[in-house]
Design a protein around this ligand. Structure first.
Ligand code: SUG
Length: 447
């Protein structure tokens, strides 16, 4: 039976905007106040998904969340109908409305942490939605994420779902963006590397920016999922990288099967990480592709998102492929690095460039936009919903996006009740297209 890695990309939402909400995320901060183009954003994301599908990859999508999230406003004591509530929330705090209107759920590398079936004690695929407690606008994602994941991967003999961790920022968890799974083949037992930014209960005096992931959160997830202790590592991200704007480990590192591609400064002691991985999984023929700071300065890695690429096995291609953002081509050091890399006859032989600039301006590259799930043929047969893409579904989604999305959104537009009505119409149509049922609160109201 074939076991492969599927990618579930987050659809850029109709309220995609540049509110500068993520402290420590250099792109988010530097683009604050810019006018966004949600339609271009969603089409860029679908373009990447189409590219992956055309290469023979299994490609799924995860829907946007309802934004502005009016149930959050109600929970904060705002009353009245939707329009009145939105108006009084804006009058009280435009920043609050920006937070509850963010389309950040599109970065599905932060949706959940997943332990694939071959690595878990009970042989099921385990999911824990990330609590994303470090950033308010993201902390409201996990209830919807949990509903979506349960709809796509039905709880039972194959798939197991856990609740997001409780404990607020102490147990801050940012999902798969801080988790790498290594293996010889996808269906083999693997080894896990969880990367955290700080300890839950000790001050991290060496951090200028938030260390969003805590060691205790990573450990809890590994326990809940039944990861094999002997094959699971917990390593701190280098504070130097966090302070340079690598707010998740996937800004400075990416892996696929036996290959680990990372920046020299991703870890304080990369040699130790290598040795521990080799000891944890001696049968894996690890290849470490470490990029020297002298060749690609950390600043360029963060600016270009060289490491926020997807490292994939494309059927029929010799060697692995990096799916890179356009910014890598536009940054001289990373362009030179990639040209040499693909010519060097090493494990990575192809570089496909994607334009996901709308997302990049918020610090979300190709790898942020996707959640990886290892699936067997039988797993695929057991999936609910129509979230796996076919060329026809992609056509329908592009039509849907072109019909429902605005091509211009300024921060002031987030107060517009017409925008909320457009979002409801778009999401209602989407649940029909993807067979998602009554996913959103406005569809369940009064039910
Ligand atoms: O959490 N940006 C996201 C980007 C997430 C990227 N994900 C990974 N690296 N896996 C974040 O910081 C910006 C929103 C704003 O500023 O409006 C934002 O949320």
């Amino acid at each position: 039976m074939t076991v492969r890695e599927a990618n579930f990309d987050g659809l850029v939402g109709p309220t995609h905007n540049y509110a500068g909400l993520s402290y420590g995320n250099v792109a988010s901060a530097s683009n604050e106040g810019q006018v966004s183009n949600p339609r271009e954003g969603v089409l860029q994301g679908l373009g990447k998904a189409r590219h992956m599908l055309s290469l023979g990859m299994v490609q799924g999508i995860l829907p946007p969340h309802e934004r502005p999230h009016l149930p959050t406003l109600r929970g904060l004591g705002f009353t009245g109908g939707d329009d009145a509530m939105l108006a009084s929330a804006w009058a009280a705090s435009p920043a609050l409305v920006a937070n509850i209107a963010s389309s950040a759920a599109m970065w599905t590398a932060n949706a959940a942490t997943i332990t694939p079936a071959p690595d878990s004690a009970d042989g099921r695929t385990h999911f824990t939605p990330a609590n994303l407690a470090a950033m308010y606008h993201r902390s409201i994602e996990h209830p919807t994420t949990a509903r979506v994941l349960k709809a796509i991967f039905p709880e039972g003999e194959r798939f197991a779902h856990h609740c997001a961790l409780e404990g607020g920022v102490h147990l801050g968890d940012e999902g798969a963006a801080n988790h790498n799974r290594f293996c010889a083949e996808y269906g083999d037992k693997g080894a896990s590397l969880y990367v955290y930014g700080r300890d839950a209960f000790a001050p991290a005096d060496d951090l200028k920016y938030p260390g969003r992931q805590t060691r205790e959160a990573s450990e809890a997830i590994a326990r809940l999922h039944g990861d094999d202790k002997a094959r699971t590592l917990f390593v701190r991200q280098n504070p130097v990288a966090i302070n340079a704007g690598a707010f998740h480990n996937d800004v400075v590192a990416v892996s696929n099967r036996n290959v680990f591609f990372y920046h020299e400064l991703a870890f304080e002691d990369a040699g130790d990480v290598q040795a521990r991985l080799r000891a944890a999984a001696p049968e894996i023929d690890f290849v470490f592709v470490e990029v020297a700071d002298a060749e690609v300065p950390l600043r360029d890695a963060v600016k270009s998102y060289l490491f926020n690429s997807q490292l994939v096995d494309i059927p029929g291609r010799d060697g692995m492929t990096l799916i890179l953002p356009k910014e890598v081509e536009e940054t001289p050091s990373t362009k030179a690095y990639i040209d040499n890399l693909v010519a060097s006859n090493g494990p990575i032989r192809h570089a496909d460039i994607m334009d996901v600039r709308q997302s990049m301006r918020n610090g979300g590259g190709p790898a942020c936009l996707r959640l990886r799930v290892v699936l067997s043929d039988d797993d695929i047969g057991a999936l609910g919903t129509k979230c796996l893409l076919t060329p026809k579904r992609l056509d329908a989604l592009e039509d849907w996006a072109s019909t429902h999305y605005r091509d211009r959104l300024a921060l002031d537009d987030l107060r517009d009740p017409a925008l909320w009505r457009e979002v409801m119409a778009a999401l209602d149509a989407l649940t029909g297209l993807l067979d998602l049922g009554s996913l959103y609160s406005f569809q369940r109201a009064g039910a």
